[in-house]
Design a protein around this ligand. Structure first.
Ligand SMILES: CC(C)=CCC/C(C)=C/CC/C(C)=C/COP(=O)(O)OP(=O)(O)O
Length: 382
């Protein structure tokens, strides 16, 4: 629990972890007019219900054995091919896409191609990231590269990224979006994908550096994480034909929400519970990732900060540190203020995101759903 991230003015209907808007009777989750607000878990479930069938259809286009590798990665089958209902991820990005379509006055269904496309690109990045980091667990199970080998994980990642574009273009050919809006959506997704790759390249390069500034870290996280949340937040509206002022504001909302998302991810990477996150313990510290808590702690300049800097500049023991040494490093980061600063930064980015959302006229119920989802992003534990 990241207790201090909880707002003093907790969301109006906060009911407990992940539930901010009490579910009431007569919900019309798919539509907009007169719909009643629902909880974040219900919103995420609606996204899964709407997006999983087209996601499966997209994955079914892959040649064997890539279709199997992808189905395993998405949690639909186990390593023997037996169907399972595994953890396929939280579905934050596609939920943003469905809400974004509703913000533009269309039904949630109009945002489905955007949601599926952004989730395909997101999962391409996870497959590759796990391999680059040498991570052996994700979503509480063995990573795809450890089960099927690095080559298949790379190829499936590549293929998922191309499917994202295809799904958006299909939206035009099946009449779900105009050809011009589908083309705008493809451009938006491609730009986001390139920002994602640029951000990841910075992240990998930073591992070899002794120090990075907070500004450099924010630039890197703006690419590797915020770009896709930003794309998700605008894609539904673009497919629904919203004008550029609306999609620009939604993108800005998604960019700041994405920075808040990654700030929380950085905190969970060091102080999260592995049984909840489903990711390896101390992974970020072992790889000497220059995440926000580390960059903020290095910038502080006090005794703990200087000791941290010395440790990170010492090539000896790189990747070989014991659990005890990594726990001591986490304590140094905390003593140098890196944890508290990152918690505050998550909340600052969240506030800026909501200000951008305010620029977009939309039905009250859609705004409530965006606000509830944004709150979930900063208080989440996985
Ligand atoms: C090009 C390349 C390899 C880029 C890698 C970029 C990368 C993996 C950035 C981290 C983004 C992130 C916080 C993922 C977890 O999302 P999540 O918590 O929403 O995951 P979920 O879908 O499992 O819920």
């Amino acid at each position: 629990m990241i207790a201090s991230l909880r707002p003093s003015h907790a969301a109006r209907h906060h009911q407990g972890e992940g539930t901010y808007v009490e579910s009431r009777t007569g919900t019309a989750v798919g539509g907009t007019a007169h719909a009643e607000p629902v909880s974040v878990p219900e919103l995420l479930n609606r996204t899964r219900a709407l997006c999983t069938p087209p996601l499966r259809a997209a994955v079914a286009r892959l040649a064997a054995p890539m279709d199997t590798v992808a189905a395993y990665h998405f949690g639909w089958i186990d390593r023997d091919g037996t169907p399972v209902a595994g953890d396929g991820g939280k579905a934050v990005r596609p939920t943003l896409a469905l809400l974004s379509a509703q913000a533009a006055g269309a039904p949630a269904e109009a945002g489905v191609p955007g949601g599926v496309a952004v989730e395909l690109v997101h999962n391409f990045s996870l497959l590759h990231d796990d391999l680059m980091d040498g991570d052996e667990t994700r979503r509480h199970r063995a990573t795809a590269w450890t089960v099927f080998g690095p080559a298949q994980a790379i190829l499936v990642g590549d293929a998922l990224a191309t499917l994202g574009t295809e799904v958006l273009l299909d939206a035009a050919s099946t009449g779900g979006a105009s050809p011009a809006d589908a083309a705008r959506a493809v451009r938006l997704l491609n730009t986001a994908s390139r920002r994602l790759i640029d951000g990841q390249a910075m992240d990998v390069a930073f591992e070899q550096r002794d120090t990075v500034t907070v500004a450099e870290c924010l630039e890197m996280e703006g690419g590797k994480t915020a770009a896709l949340l930003s794309a998700g937040a605008a894609l539904g509206a673009v497919l629904a034909g919203a004008d550029e002022r609306v999609s620009d504001s939604l993108q800005r909302f998604g960019d700041h929400l994405g920075l808040a998302f990654q700030a929380v991810d950085d905190l969970l990477g060091i102080w999260g519970a592995t049984e909840v996150t489903g990711k390896p313990h101390w992974g970020d510290l072992r790889q000497r990732k220059k995440s926000l808590p580390v960059a903020a702690a290095l910038a502080e300049g006090g005794a703990a900060s200087r000791e941290l800097a010395e440790q990170l500049a010492d090539p000896a023991g790189r990747g070989e540190e014991s659990e005890t040494e990594l726990a001591a490093r986490a304590l140094l980061i905390e003593r140098a203020g890196g944890r508290a600063w990152t918690q505050e930064e998550a909340r600052r980015q969240h506030t800026t995101a909501l200000a951008a959302l305010d620029e977009v006229p939309m039905p009250d119920v859609v705004r409530e759903h965006f606000v509830a989802l944004a709150e979930f992003v900063v208080v989440r534990e996985r």
